[in-house]
Design a binder for this molecule. Structure first.
Ligand code: FE
Length: 346
């Protein structure tokens, strides 16, 4: 009798203790190469909605991949979040992701913004879209000269073109896309023409290119749209001055469209918290998750029904995006790498 009571009490205590223990267990280990401050709010929202705490490891794409390779089967990583199809594809073919069955992801992420290998099923999903555009010095360059990526190789632009290193994923993807459209030989000829037009040796990130155009050091440059939108949104007078001096072109509107890329995520091959991982990626493409990419970092949603209604994005205007599947852009980087070595785009 006493014993039964005790057992009941113990059982009751266990039940009472269970939520606390479970709450402790509700974690997600996120390996992220997104380097944007504003993502904090995104992660906080996920924890608020699900009670799942996020342990975040942030590092450069290459460092994260290296870490995953070294950790192998014992890796605590649940989700791998990377920027650019070039890196996502690399992780995919190395089998660092696993297959995911999710009706939500199937229906919300367009097929052209996903990647999957046929062998191991290593799979990732685009979660936000960015476009790579041309910026030019309004005082020194006629925008009619820079309506396409091909134009960057025109002889009239000798000594005027600036880009970051060709070895950066943003550039490898663009050069890969040029290869897909023009064929490898013509793409290499184009790349050589761009290098011949350099105003300076490639250096810095996208924002540095925009600033160098504003200062007159460069006549034209390439940047992802959100770097320009951030400067537009800045209240600093020196940023406003940069924005006033720089014009922007949506390249290739009369042909295949402006090069777009994604930031994307996949469930890590050996994820200990697989369910949380799927839930997290589903959250990234939920209406609330998508809004964070728009409001926080001026990226476009992958989900068509979500409106990109930020004034900065509206100011950039409508554009035709290159419909090339991002997975094929990722694959094309192998050829792009050879091209940049041969033409010296470093
Ligand atoms: Fe970036």
């Amino acid at each position: 009798m006493i014993r039964t009571t005790f057992s009941r009490l113990a059982a009751a205590l266990l039940v009472a203790a269970a939520p606390a223990a479970m709450a402790q267990d509700k974690v997600l280990n996120l390996y992220s190469a997104r380097h944007y401050q504003t993502d904090e709010a995104l992660y906080a929202e996920f924890t608020r909605q699900t009670g799942i705490r996020i342990n975040r490891i942030e590092a450069g794409d290459e460092a994260l991949l290296e870490r995953l390779r070294n950790e192998g089967r014992n890796s605590p990583a649940d989700v791998l979040l990377l920027v650019d199809a070039a890196r996502l594809w690399k992780a995919q073919i190395e089998g660092l992701f696993q297959p995911v069955k999710s009706a939500t992801l199937e229906s919300r992420v367009p097929a052209t913004l996903r990647g999957k290998d046929d062998g191991q099923g290593s799979e990732w999903f685009g979660v936000s879209v960015r476009a790579r555009v041309i910026v030019y010095d309004k005082a020194g360059v006629d925008p009619a000269l820079v309506q396409t990526y091909q134009d960057l190789a025109r002889p009239e632009l000798k000594g005027k073109v600036c880009t970051r290193s060709g070895a950066h994923p943003y550039m490898l993807s663009l050069i890969g896309a040029m290869s897909e459209h023009l064929g490898a030989a013509q793409a290499e000829q184009w790349a050589g023409g761009v290098v011949a037009n350099f105003a300076r040796k490639p250096r810095g990130g996208d924002t540095d290119q925009i600033r160098a155009v504003a200062s007159g050091e460069c006549g034209v440059a390439l940047t992802n749209t959100y770097y320009l939108a951030r400067l537009m949104n800045s209240t600093k007078p020196q940023d406003q001055e940069v924005v006033a001096r720089v014009g922007m072109v949506w390249p290739n509107q009369k042909t295949w469209g402006t090069h777009v890329n994604v930031s994307g995520a996949g469930v890590a091959r050996n994820a200990p918290n697989r369910d949380h991982a799927v839930r997290f990626i589903e959250f990234l493409v939920s209406d609330a998750g998508q809004r964070h990419f728009v409001d926080g970092n001026f990226e476009w949603p992958v989900v068509k029904s979500v409106k990109a209604d930020k004034p900065e994005l509206a100011a950039l205007g409508q554009f035709k995006a290159d419909p090339l599947p991002v997975a094929s852009i990722g694959r094309a980087q192998v050829g792009a790498s050879k091209i940049i070595d041969r033409v010296g785009w470093r």
